[in-house]
Ligand binder design. Structure first.
Ligand code: BGP
Length: 484
């Protein structure tokens, strides 16, 4: 079957903290992602365990690392030194876009400096220029789960309004330096993670709050500061360049009610509103939707929002929508057998197979999601993450026969094609990921997503050499023929 849309962007996505390594060179500060140790005994289906280590003490201890723990994201896949080789492999796979994130901790290591770190600016200038040399359009995630530790330590994360101005200063620096090298800008990765995993999303630590209700209040106030910061940089960016393109990035977890009981249908509507639509609504429609005000009232969230901020949100909304799509789940008013999802726990779906991490594979759900988002917002759509994590090893021919990944990717691409035939304006896709990286949630190399295998284990032992998997050759051919 032929993929219909010709002017479609095809590429891969990575994140600084999961690929770069070089955590302590050229002036970079530590980030919360690099302060999470590898946990060899982790139950891969109990994601909440992987975030339990994020106490202030564990984070401070990680700095001197007296226990000699391993922090995988300090090493990544050494992309900091090998990005030229990697970009060449992406180009040779006939990719025409690369989604990457810039590490705030390389540009303003403490967040509150007046002047940016020149070596950080230089690194990304070289990296972005290399993308252009490889005819890769660039989608930049301005912050991707790697808040600089000093911002968390000194300011307690996004709960502090000073961080809004620090983020704006950071963004203005990037716009001044890289406006001509970047085609699409995503301010914050999976902005809804700020509610489900606040440490990664907004850098607030649960132990800093005396009660659950204070913690919920802080989660939504910190998130509000991120919404305001996004609208402010949309306004600033558009004044600098009227053609600049801003998108959001939401961890999209589509769910279905466990049965046709209206009670469960309503529960699913509630879950969908709170876990994803709320975030799209604020950024695409420019206002807090009515249902969230009832949720706030019932959960004692007294959002501090001014009339000026409401105007700012309304007048500075998105140019396009991006989202990550891995899996779907079910919801039910009664307790259902739980499965896992991208940082969210959802119900099992007896009609779907799941990965070793419990993520339920649902290509048709992607068509459903694309139709839903197009109907709701009528904004161009872009899938900024999609892929399957698998435990893999190189075979004797120095490759991986990853037919399961070819199956996963081609089935999801088929459904994008169906959505396009449904009339949905979806214009691009960056798989997660073109190359094996350190996983975000479980913090391990063993959860491999790439078309390219990287010879590192969970302790960063190995040559770091890159090897092409079977799926790399499949993708390259798909791009040549357009045949799914
Ligand atoms: C999203 C992140 C990515 C990526 C992906 C896969 O949450 O945006 O950083 O890691 O999920 O998740 P994981 O690496 O935990 O399997």
């Amino acid at each position: 079957m032929k993929f219909e849309r010709k002017d479609f962007l095809w590429g891969g996505a990575t994140a600084a903290a999961q690929v770069e390594g070089a955590y302590d060179v050229d002036g970079k500060s530590l980030t919360i992602s690099e302060m999470r140790p590898y946990q060899s005994k982790l139950d891969r289906k109990k994601l909440e365990d992987s975030l339990k280590t994020l106490t202030r003490k564990s984070l401070v201890d990680s700095i001197e690392n007296k226990e000699g723990l391993h922090y995988p994201k300090r090493y990544g896949i050494d992309h900091y030194n090998r990005y030229k080789e990697d970009l060449k492999l992406f180009k040779e796979a006939n990719m025409n876009i690369y989604r990457l994130s810039i590490a705030w901790s390389r540009i303003f290591p403490n967040g509150d400096e007046k002047e940016p770190n020149k070596k950080g600016l230089e690194f990304y200038k070289n990296l972005l220029t290399e993308c252009k040399k490889n005819n890769l359009k660039v989608m930049v995630t301005i912050n991707h789960f790697d808040l600089p530790w000093p911002i968390i330590d000194k300011y307690k994360g996004w709960i502090n309004r000073d961080v809004i101005d620090m983020f704006i200063k950071y963004c203005k620096t990037l716009f001044n330096e890289y406006m001509d090298l970047v085609d699409y800008w995503l301010p914050i990765n999976e902005i809804n993670i700020g509610v489900v995993a606040p440490e990664l999303g907004t850098g607030i630590l649960k132990e800093d709050y005396k009660s659950e209700s204070e913690y919920i209040q802080a989660k939504y106030q910190a998130l509000h500061h991120q919404f305001i910061a996004c609208s402010k940089i949309f306004e600033i960016g558009r004044k600098m360049n009227k053609d600049i393109k801003f998108g959001c990035m939401v961890a999209n977890v589509t769910t279905y009610p466990s049965d046709c009981n209206p009670i469960n249908q309503r529960e699913n509507q509630r879950f969908q509103q709170l876990s994803r639509f709320f975030f799209y609504d604020v950024m695409a429609r420019g206002e807090y939707p009515s249902y969230i005000w009832r949720y706030f009232k019932e959960n004692n969230v007294n959002l501090i929002i001014s009339e000026e901020e409401k105007k700012l949100l309304k007048n500075n909304t998105l140019d396009f929508i991006t989202f990550s799509y891995y899996m779907t789940g079910t919801t039910s008013k009664e307790s259902v057998e739980k499965s896992n999802g991208n940082l969210m726990s959802v119900g099992k779906n007896p009609f779907l197979k799941e990965t070793e991490w419990g993520w339920q594979i649902d290509p048709v759900g992607l068509r459903i999601t694309l139709n839903q988002l197009w109907d709701r917002y009528q904004l161009p759509l872009f899938i900024s993450e999609n892929g399957i994590g698998v435990v893999e090893t190189l075979n004797k021919n120095n490759t991986v026969e990853d037919d399961y990944r070819i199956e996963y990717l081609s089935k999801h691409i088929e459904q994008i094609n169906e959505a396009i035939k449904d009339g949905v304006d979806v214009f691009g896709y960056t798989m997660w990921t073109p190359i094996d990286v350190v996983s975000a949630t479980t913090n391990e190399m063993s959860k491999r997503y790439g078309l390219i295998y990287v010879d590192y284990d969970d302790y960063h032992n190995g040559s770091g050499n890159r090897y092409l998997k079977k799926s790399y050759h499949w993708f390259k051919k798909f791009r040549e023929t357009g045949e799914i």
